[in-house]
Design a protein around this ligand. Structure first.
Ligand SMILES: [Zn+2]
Length: 478
């Protein structure tokens, strides 16, 4: 019997507003615990929430981009539950009238285009964080800096049927949110989190099976591992005639599996009701139109502009615009030093490789656009060779020093002095007479060996063009 996975996803994105969604506290990441709080986000008696208009508009912007129908009259509801990181004992969310609903997004799964439906997009507030220090003590700590940060929830329809579908969806959605400038989507800082709903059904059947919901997956890699694990676990149980329960499960990174946490709660368990402290918000067509016009340049437009303005090949432009932060990085480099193709080459090779292996966003890289542009300028001005550039690049990555400082401190500047290079060339020629003879006899390929010897003798610092020129002259003159 063949089974097919049915996957839906919920994405939680913290919005890129400077202040929280119902108070004026800062949303900056990494502050000392409980220093970005006030009576509203601490849930003190009598404190009243005031809606952050920018956060609301960001959700409308996203809903428009996700082809959603926009609700005319929205309300906020209280989702009641008790947890130490939720000081009010309810979360302000939207249940009865979400900002957007019935949308779709196109994803590209290994070259095949598919549509994933959007059930709804709504605005809510984030909870705080419970910390469980590994000091051996019995106590846990609560940090409420995150409590009340604007959180956008995007709920997809269960339209995905493989781990590849899910990965394409996560990547496409993250890219879109970054392009819309509504969230920086830094998953390592928890600014974008995914939850997966997954069930199995017999191929061809329409009815959905009992689903498992896996919460708080903070990297795409984890989400993928978890989906693959669940497909196998559920298939095994069903193939052996077993039954599955609807439940919430947790991914256990240490033992590489999911574990049952609790049976899945239903909407009625939360006793939703409209929050009497907040008014209805009417989204008039003119307001929608104004927000639509504020949508920043998206990927396709940027790609076309990169080809037209910078003369880049489509291949390059496609990679550079594959994420908004990367495109911004490129354009910043270009402002410091005008050499689009060379900048593009360095970004596509060295930079992307490092970012990928460090799971880092371009704007967190110690090699800033200023660093990279300055280094490429030094190559263009022949202060260093491209080969030395690679050493400088890895030095910039570990020390964060500017390239000119690195080159000065380590004496990596290129040898451009012809006399100096000539002396070394002569020495290598005299040490390799056999090779020289074979070159004269027509074995051109042996040239590369001599060039290699010369570069080694100068620790890669000799200017390669000069080395080639001088070497050719000396061999044919002699
Ligand atoms: Zn506050």
């Amino acid at each position: 019997m063949e089974f097919e996975p049915v996957i839906g996803m919920e994405a939680h994105a913290e919005l890129a507003t400077k202040t929280k969604v119902f108070c004026g506290c800062s949303t900056a990441f990494g502050a000392a615990p409980n220093t970005q709080v006030c009576p509203v986000c601490l849930g003190l008696p009598g404190a009243l929430p005031v809606l952050n208009k920018t956060a609301f508009e960001y959700v409308i912007r996203t809903a428009i981009a996700l082809n959603c129908t926009i609700t005319e009259k929205t309300v906020f509801d209280r989702k009641n539950y008790y947890y130490p990181d939720l000081p009010k004992n309810y979360q302000i969310s939207q249940n009865y009238a979400c900002i957007g609903y019935n949308g779709w997004i196109e994803i590209n799964v290994n070259g095949e285009k598919k549509q994933v439906g959007m059930d709804n997009v709504h605005l809510e507030e984030d909870a705080g964080k419970n910390l469980h220090p590994e000091t051996g003590g019995a106590e846990s700590l609560v940090d409420l800096n995150r409590a009340g940060i604007a959180l956008m929830e995007i709920v997809s329809r269960p339209d995905m049927h493989s781990a590849d579908d899910a990965l394409a969806y996560m990547e496409t959605l993250k890219n879109l949110l970054q392009y819309l400038e509504v969230s920086d989507c830094k998953m390592q800082e928890g600014r974008l989190r995914f939850e997966v709903n997954i069930s199995m059904r017999r191929k061809g059947e329409q009815k959905l099976g009992a689903r498992a919901e896996i919460k708080n997956l903070n990297s795409m890699r984890t989400a993928l591992k978890c989906i693959e694990y669940e497909i196998k676990r559920q298939t095994d149980i069903l193939s052996n005639g077993g039954k599955l329960n609807q439940e919430t499960r947790l991914w256990d990174e240490a033992s590489f599996c999911t574990r049952a946490m609790r049976s899945k709660e239903q909407a009625q368990d939360y006793r939703y009701f409209p929050d009497p402290d907040l008014v209805e918000v009417h989204i008039m067509p003119e307001w929608q139109e104004k927000i639509r016009r504020q949508i920043p340049e998206l990927k396709d437009a940027k790609l076309a502009r990169f080809i037209a303005d910078y003369g880049l090949p489509e291949y390059d432009a496609d990679i550079l615009t594959s994420s908004k932060p990367l495109a911004t990085y490129f354009e910043q480099c270009q402002k410091f030093h005008n050499n689009p193709k060379s900048i593009s080459n360095w970004i596509m090779t060295e930079l992307l490789r490092e970012l990928k292996c460090r799971e880092m966003e371009p704007d967190d890289c110690p090699v800033t656009p200023r660093h990279l542009a300055c280094m490429i300028k030094m190559i263009d001005e022949k202060t260093i060779s491209g080969k030395i550039g690679k050493q400088v690049f890895s030095e910039m990555l570990t020390t964060g020093k500017m390239p000119d400082v690195i080159v000065m401190e380590s004496g990596m500047s290129q040898i451009l002095d012809e006399k100096e290079i000539s002396a070394i060339v002569e020495k290598i020629i005299s040490e390799n007479q056999d090779t020289v003879e074979s070159i004269r006899a027509g074995r051109d390929k042996a040239m590369a060996f001599l060039v290699g010897q010369i570069m080694r003798a100068t620790r890669g610092k000799a200017n390669p063009q000069l080395v080639n020129q001088i070497l050719k002259d000396k061999i044919s003159i002699k």
